[in-house]
Each structure stands twice: as structure tokens, then as C-alpha cells.
Design a protein. Structure first.
Length: 187
């Protein structure tokens, strides 16, 4: 049990019988007789819905232990992602809805940490950036200014907006959380 004032992003808590992952937690200290408050954005781990709630700072919340295990992505089939523990060869199935839109960035044999609570997979920890090749993009329009963007389809099928100088076959870095172009990949 931890006080709500010590709630941090990434924690998994149990509140009112439901299990939540803390996405954002922001503590605001009180003044005078007013107690502090923690504003939090929570994701229900069973339904996937997000919820914003304010907790009194002295409220005790059950903090659940989170175990990280490195897993290897195997394949995706009919809305389910399959992972394998490289040491024990144990396989885990995680629905694509739980993975989110970042599921498109999972490539076969990619190593990612998977978070478990009570032996149940709850989250996949993606790297901040991934390097992918541009599969298809139109040629640059020379009359346009350098600050314009164009659509590019990546090797995994995701479409992102890229600057005019990016060509088909270029390797780029994409921010996994925002699904946006960052820069060209370093050779």
C-alpha cells in the first residue's frame, strides 16, 4: 500500500476492485487546511479504457508488483500477438488491442520487455524509436518549400508524414509513441 501522493507513471494499482496501469500521475500539494491531490490518468487493464481521477494525497492505494521479462516477438495472427521467452521457450499470447497501435512496429525476432502482473501480461515496453525503411513515397516536388511534408509508406505498412527529401529505400527513425518521423537513420 502506498499513499496516492507517491503514485507514478508506469505503476500498476488496484482501485475499487479493478486493476489499472498509471499512465500519468501529477501531484499537487495543498495549501493551508486543504490537502494535496494527485491527478492521474489510468488505463483499465481488463477493458483497455482510460479514466482520469483525482485522489486525496493520503489515500492508501494497493500497488501491485510488476515483473519485466524479455520476450521475442514471433508472429501476429487474427488479432493476437505471440511472444516467446528465449530462455524457457514459454509462449505468451497478447491481444492486439492491449498492445495498441504500436503493434504495427513489432517485427519477427524483435526483442521487447513484457510487463507481467500476477503472471498476466499487461504491457509491452517498446523502444522510444525504431528504424524502418521507406517502402514507397512519391518523388519530391521541387517547386515546394523544404518545410512541406509528404506521405510515406514504411516496410511494416504504417504510413507517416516525412520531409520532401526522403526517398523510397531510405531508412528513417520513427517515434513509437507518437507514430511520427524523427530523422534519417544514421548509417
Amino acid at each position: 500500500m502506498v499513499p496516492a501522493s507517491q503514485m507514478r507513471a508506469g505503476m500498476v494499482i488496484r482501485f475499487e476492485g479493478q486493476t489499472y496501469k498509471v499512465l500519468i500521475a501529477d501531484y499537487h500539494p495543498g495549501q493551508g487546511k486543504m490537502g494535496g491531490v494527485t491527478h492521474a490518468r489510468l488505463q483499465n487493464l481488463s477493458t483497455g479504457t482510460q479514466w482520469e481521477h483525482s485522489f486525496r494525497s493520503d489515500l492508501k492505494i494497493e500497488d501491485l508488483p510488476v515483473e519485466k521479462s524479455p520476450m521475442e516477438f514471433l508472429y501476429r495472427d487474427s488479432g493476437i500477438c505471440y511472444f516467446m521467452n528465449p530462455q524457457t521457450y514459454e509462449q505468451v499470447e497478447i491481444p492486439e488491442e492491449k498492445v495498441g497501435p504500436q503493434a504495427a512496429f513489432l517485427l519477427p525476432q524483435m526483442q521487447v520487455p513484457v510487463e507481467f502482473v500476477n503472471s498476466e501480461p499487461v504491457n509491452i515496453v517498446f523502444p522510444d524509436f525504431v528504424e524502418l525503411k521507406v517502402a514507397d513515397t512519391p518523388p519530391p516536388v521541387h517547386q515546394q518549400q523544404d518545410s512541406t511534408w509528404k506521405s510515406a509508406k514504411l516496410e511494416n505498412g504504417v504510413e507517416v508524414m516525412v520531409p520532401q527529401f526522403i526517398k523510397t529505400g531510405d531508412a528513417i527513425r520513427v517515434d513509437v509513441t507518437t507514430l511520427k518521423y524523427m530523422d534519417r537513420a544514421k548509417k
